[in-house]
Design a protein around this ligand. Structure first.
Ligand code: ATP
Ligand code: PRP
Ligand code: MG
Length: 296
């Protein structure tokens, strides 16, 4: 019997709900729930809740360890997941990154006692401690480096002081943990990571396109703002050159003779500078407002 013949959404669970894995703890958990809430979905209020059905929106959320999420999605138990790109790659699961989510950014680095190692080749013959054995081993293999990799669950920085490892490979965000341990990165960045949306690939489950469009709408709303301004009609061209918008600005007539009103989406970053430039070309009553959600 194929899973499709079981009915439901084709995941073999007989459910019509899109089944989504969300980090239950750690660096990605809060931001993942925030983006889902902003996308119009219910989210748990109690961190002890393990799953939550949002029937009105056709989805069910499962709160799981971020490290396990790619495995559930890769084997088809769950339809969609939010996890880190580094965790996805480390898992070796047959899940695919569909969209990056703009939070949980980190870099994955080798690090050792400050000043002791400088080049990747220095790793030959060393003992490396990491929580990301899959990522590290494939990186070493690609570069023909022969080192011993030991898996630790966390607090890998301490392993050097305790004599268990010579160097570590770990997530670096601000760098303050490394600094406190007297360690410094060396060699190139192994991986740039952030939170990503993943699926199994192949046929997309029903409901996924709506879900993806909602999340995408929040990402756009976070990075763009709406700008409105009034401008003399003969200066519109100069103003539109400053704010071309995504698909061209909306230009409407104004009560004031010879003037028009312009409405356009602009990137949030640098919006103040655009307001200055618009003022210089003759725009007035320039307003900036947040967008809460959108469908482009
Ligand atoms: N400062 C950070 N520390 C750890 N992981 C981070 C950080 N910033 C972003 N991340 C990302 O979060 C994911 C790891 O999440 P996870 O919840 O497993 O780790 P964690 O925050 O160390 O949680 P815990 O320590 O509770 O196991 C990875 O994708 C990693 O790149
Ligand atoms: O560059 P920073 O901003 O200092 O962040 C990076 C540190 O944060 C994470 O550890 P976490 O606090 O999750 O502890 P863990 O090692 O026990 O997982 C990660 O493993 C690094 O140690
Ligand atoms: Mg951690």
């Amino acid at each position: 019997m194929t899973s499709a013949s079981l009915g439901g959404n084709g995941n073999g669970n007989g459910s019509d709900l899109l089944r989504i894995a969300v980090p239950n703890k750690g660096a990605l958990s809060q931001a993942a729930s925030d983006i889902l809430r902003e996308s119009g979905y219910r989210q748990r209020h109690d961190s002890k809740e393990l799953a939550l059905i949002d029937a009105d929106n056709g989805v069910e959320f499962f709160y799981l360890r971020p490290r396990d999420i790619a495995l559930y999605v890769g084997e088809g138990t769950l339809d969609v997941g939010i996890t880190g790109r580094d965790l996805l790659l480390d898992s070796g699961a047959k899940a695919e990154e569909v969209m990056s989510l703009g939070f949980g950014r980190s870099r994955f680095h080798f690090a050792g006692p400050a000043g002791r190692y400088t080049r990747l080749e220095d790793l030959n013959g060393l003992r490396i401690a990491t929580s990301y054995v899959g990522v590290v081993q494939s990186f070493l293999q690609d570069r023909g480096i022969d080192a011993t990799v030991t898996r630790l669950d966390g607090a890998v920085e301490t392993s050097i002081q305790l004599g268990v490892a010579d160097v570590i490979a770990d997530v670096v965000e601000t760098g303050s943990t490394l600094k406190a341990a007297g360690l410094a990165t060396f060699g190139e960045v192994i991986l740039e990571s952030e939170a990503v949306l993943i699926t199994r690939g192949g046929d997309v489950p029903p409901g996924f396109e709506v879900f993806k469009r909602r999340v995408d709408g929040v990402l756009v709303a976070r990075s763009y703002v709406m700008m409105d301004y009034d401008i003399p009609r003969d200066r519109v061209e100069a103003a539109v050159a400053v704010t071309p918008g995504l698909e061209g600005p909306t230009i409407s007539p104004l009560g004031r003779e010879g003037w028009v009103a312009v409405r356009v989406m602009v990137p949030r970053a640098g919006a103040q500078r655009l307001m200055d430039e618009l003022y210089d070309v003759g725009a007035r009553a320039i307003l900036l407002t947040d967008i809460h959600a959108c469908r482009l």
